[in-house]
Design a protein around this ligand. Structure first.
Ligand code: CA
Length: 525
């Protein structure tokens, strides 16, 4: 190298006791997704860091940095835990020394460094410790597919071939079906996997064994150093499939009970299922991912709740998406969600319909899988209806000194926001203390009259054992509905019901009333 050789002292730390046995997040958990730059500013002194390429902070600019940091997040862990959340997923916190759009974190320029505008490695480790003390695990967002264009590898790659296109931009086609498509032209598969996501994100060629080893070692280092409880893997299928398999397998070899969740943004369950551990794929690909995001259910849920009141198919998108669970080796380990940092917020997608928002939250908390919630949803942040990342990732009210509203303490919130926040907390606290909602079998009935009914129970789907069960009835209609208990006799006969969040007794020998556009949540004993 131009700078000549130098000597570097390496320190080898001992592993934390019991580290290999760490448990990753699972169906008992509720994940809280936040964008650190937009959540809370605990240290205005680090908003600008001289020497970095984007040396500017401007809260009025949705694409600029806003000053949020790890110190701010650490102040609000109690409020997050009180909501019933048990895992934190932060969008990438690794250094993004990029001239523009550095706030989102997806263009990493040093895989071993926390972005100094968010804090230090010690701050990140303190966050993990303080979160764990409150029952919150820490899920790191990792991006093995690409780096940021400000990464030194772009100008001076350790080996030729680490970056696709020899360092020159060539866009990915986003033709993700080419990975599994038995008819796909090899050129098309390469154009999808070897193209860059955007010019600011050079695409890595993980087929290089040295690079693959670097990425695996980097991941293991973060898990061990920060005490992580999971990884969220960005732009999953854009990376080399053999690398993805070996990388996840390598992580699980060190941490067998760890959890990784991959982002395969497809509405097709067949494509998502391809990547989950245990899937036997026709093309021979052996996947190792314990978990994947349930993008198909997300799209179905938004479609169902956004459909007009008189829509004929109502809940069918949700019902028929869950019907395809036979494609997954482990549908209980899909992360279910209604919105994230890359989609319009749910409330915007529903044009401000809070009743629809509650139906979605109720479904996420009670269907199979591991629910994920997006910061600010609990106080009904809305944002744009079309994709507009900088505005979707709005500042959390109360995260900045002088904010008129405080989503953490409730100060200045309107009554509808207060009610939504309290109701979501009650819903998630109930979920937390109800193991049936984590691992119980799921039996659902075909939607009728715009009501979707399902049960979580012991036994196998369709065949409940005696003992407690949960009944969920989601009424999409703008009018109350009456359910005939005889239709659900398999679950209701010989049982008593009470409303889960209020404890009110509900008669099961008469039609069961489900109020207009709302969720009825019953504990059966
Ligand atoms: Ca700051």
């Amino acid at each position: 190298p131009a700078g000549g050789c130098r000597r570097v002292a390496w320190r080898l730390d001992a592993r934390a006791p019991g580290s290999a046995a760490r448990r990753g997040f699972g169906p008992q958990d509720a994940l809280y997704l936040l964008v650190p730059d937009r959540f809370a500013n605990g240290d205005p002194g680090n908003d600008r860091v001289p020497g970095l390429r984007e040396d500017r902070v401007d809260r009025a600019d949705p694409d600029a940095r806003h000053g949020g940091d790890l110190a701010g997040l650490r102040r609000h862990l109690d409020a997050i835990a009180a909501l019933g959340m048990t895992q934190l997923w932060l969008t990438p916190v690794q250094a993004n020394d990029q001239p523009r759009h550095s706030y989102h974190g997806d263009a990493i320029t040093d895989l071993y460094r926390i972005d100094p505008r968010l804090g230090t490695l010690d701050d990140y480790r303190a966050l993990a410790r303080e979160a764990r003390a409150r029952g919150l695990g820490l899920v790191m967002d990792v991006v093995p597919n690409h780096i940021g264009s400000g990464h030194p590898w772009l100008a001076d790659p350790p080996r030729r071939g680490w970056i696709h296109g020899d360092g020159r931009f060539r866009a990915t086609t986003h033709r993700r079906t080419t990975v599994q498509d038995p008819h796909a032209a090899p050129e098309d598969r390469a154009a999808f996997q070897d193209g860059w996501f955007v010019p600011a994100m050079p695409d890595l060629d993980q087929r290089d064994p040295q690079l693959a080893r670097y990425l695996l070692q980097n991941t293991l280092w973060w898990i061990e150093t920060a005490g992580l409880s999971g990884l969220r893997v960005d732009t999953f299928s854009y990376a080399d499939p053999q690398f993805l398999s070996a990388w996840a397998r390598g992580i699980l070899a060190e941490y067998p009970a760890f959890t990784l969740v991959g982002e395969e943004w497809s509405t097709q369950p067949a494509l998502v299922a391809h990547w989950q551990r245990g899937k036997r794929n026709p093309d021979g690909h052996v996947p190792w991912m314990p978990a994947m995001f349930d993008f198909p259910l997300q799209a179905a849920l938004v479609r169902a709740l956004g459909a007009p009141a008189d829509a004929a198919d109502g809940w069918l998108p949700v019902y028929e998406t869950l019907a395809l669970d036979f494609l997954y080796p482990d549908p209980g380990r899909l992360v279910v969600f209604a919105e994230n940092h890359d989609t319009p917020r749910l409330l915007a997608a529903l044009d401000g319909d809070v009743a629809g928002w509650r139906l979605a939250m109720a479904l996420l908390a009670t269907t199979r899988g591991m629910p994920q919630f997006f910061y600010g949803s609990e106080v009904l942040l809305r944002g744009p209806a079309q994709r507009d990342d900088g505005r979707v990732r709005a500042d959390m009210p109360g995260g900045w000194a002088g904010d008129a509203q405080d989503a953490f303490t409730g100060r200045g919130l309107g009554p509808e926001q207060q009610a939504a926040r309290a109701w979501l907390a009650a819903l998630l606290q109930w979920r937390r203390r109800t193991p049936l909602l984590h691992t119980g079998a799921l039996t659902h009935y075909a939607p009728e009259d715009d009501v979707y009914v399902y049960f979580r129970h012991t036994g196998r789907p369709g065949y409940p054992e005696r003992g407690p069960a949960v009944m969920v009835a989601l009424n999409r209609a703008p009018a109350p509905r009456q359910l005939d208990p005889a239709r659900f006799a398999r679950f209701l006969q010989g049982r008593h019901a009470r409303e889960a969040l209020t404890g009110a007794a509900i008669a099961l020998d008469a039609p069961i009333r489900v109020p207009a556009r709302s969720a009825l949540l019953l504990e059966l004993r």
